[in-house]
Design a protein around this ligand. Sequence first.
Ligand SMILES: [Zn+2]
Length: 295
Amino acid sequence: MAPECCLRNIGFLGVQRGIAERMIPIKIRATARGAADAGKVFWLRLRRSGWVSARAYAHYVLINAWLRVRNRLARRPRVECPCCGWRGYEFRTIDCGTFTVPSAECPHCRAHERHRMLHIYLLRACPTFMRLSGAALHFAPEQQVGVLIARNPGLKCLHTDYALDMIRSHRGTAFQCDMQHLALADNAVHAIFCLHVLEHVPDDRRGIAELRRVLHPDGAAYIMVPFMMGWAKTVEFGRPDPEIYDHYRGYSPLDFEERLTPFSYERIDPKDFLDPEEIRRYRVPPSQVIFRCVK
Ligand SMILES: [Zn+2]
């Protein structure tokens, strides 16, 4: 019995060694291909957009390579994703064209700061969310927000995007629309989720007026925009800026609220319901502000 057992174990270890030996060249080839691809993108960015853009990309690639290793070795997690429960040393850095944003993306579920903020707020600090029932309109559908809306079984989610290819690839109920001219009746929806969309709309004031028109008097719209922290006022670019994901404008946190005056709105900052330790653990910076808007 004993020798047979030993032989079986040796055989098993041999198989394990064989798998490991085959995996090493595959990993080396994948890493080499990844490095070659990153090199090509770096030169492309340098040629098309200049040194600042290429430098941002190089920083993004290198810091995330380091974080991948660091997260694997982390014995005592420092950060936690409230959306999926992942814990580790640090969230991934994201590439925003001419600059990078550190501690932004969960390496497991790819939730960004805005998703983490909305997740904690809706499930912890917004009791009215679970009382909403009826149609929910979700602009530029994101899986992290879709999962969150599904927590409320009373909401029937309609996903919408201006880009037709995004709609075609979407699995749920989805339709194409222009926010400036919504093909919906007045008071038709009980919840609106509009995260990082207004900066892509040519006439955002018209879009906001449409949001108000289709929102039911008992409903709520949750709006977030990317803020250019430090900017004294909102700057209109006059066209989609390819260096910043085709944004039509950069919003200042100091004057954005004036655009929401068609609504009655409440401004929710992270510090309103998170203590300093939670803000550090979930990596939710002050720029992540939710505007809860009602009629
Ligand atoms: Zn996550």
